[in-house]
Design a protein around this ligand. Structure first.
Ligand code: CA
Length: 229
């Protein structure tokens, strides 16, 4: 498991971060103070990354960062700060932080930075680049045409696989039914646009927790669909 320490004293920000990390396949370990963070690191030596809030009630995030590095740890460290002052960034990097994210941040921004740092720290896991497409809890393997969600293989038809590939290759892009039909079934397919809806409904049942309230394959009203993750 990819354990990440989330040190943040504000409970609502912490849970927001935790939810988004879990969705991206990480295992967050929570701490609300610097002391708690150091204790968590001791009990979880396999923590591979830490998100450290700068402003804390006890010791500040820079000091926690310094203490982590003082143990000889090479874990990835991203500082989280409400301040956007350049001085904070410099201090953080001087204390051994790898990256810096300024609040408020979007879930997409945070997970992109976390994923990027994780890849940098684990280049051997990137050997599958080009073979695997990863998005949140999903891993699509284009070599053996399989889809996994949180490590569990999902059984897809070839059409469903092609739909998943199309969406995962175009995250956040609204795609019309015509576009989907052409991309998956081909230009000479004489079927109706309804074909898309029928297959999307079936695909949602397989990949969504609640197909009636999809989290990933979202509807773009009056247009088509989007990989909304
Ligand atoms: Ca804080």
């Amino acid at each position: 498991m990819k354990k990440i320490l989330v040190m943040e004293d504000e409970a609502n920000i912490r849970s927001f971060v935790v939810i988004n990390l879990k969705r991206s396949g990480y295992e967050p370990i929570e701490a609300s103070t610097g002391e708690e963070a150091m204790a968590q690191i001791q009990t979880n030596p396999d923590i591979c990354m830490a998100l450290l809030d700068v402003m804390l009630p006890d010791i500040d995030g820079f000091e926690v960062c310094r203490r982590i590095r003082a143990t000889g740890s090479k874990m990835g460290i991203i500082m989280l700060s409400a301040k956007s002052q350049e001085i904070d960034k410099v201090t953080g990097l001087m204390m051994g932080a790898d990256d810096y994210v300024t609040k408020p941040f979007s879930p997409a921004e945070l997970t992109a930075r976390v994923d990027a740092l994780y890849r940098r720290l684990n280049p051997e896991e990137s050997d599958n680049s080009g073979v695997e497409i990863t998005s949140g809890p999903f891993v699509l393997n284009v070599r053996n045409r399989t889809l996994e969600k949180n490590g569990t293989r999902l059984k897809l038809t070839q059409i469903e696989y092609l739909l998943m590939k199309l969406f995962m290759e175009n995250p956040g892009k609204a795609m019309s039914r015509e576009e989907i039909l052409h991309a998956v079934w081909g230009y000479d397919f004489a079927g109706e646009l309804k074909t898309v809806d029928v297959n999307m409904r079936r695909l949602r049942i397989k990949i969504e927790k609640d197909p009636t309230d999809p989290e990933y394959l979202t509807t773009v009203w009056g247009y088509g669909y989007k990989w909304g993750y």
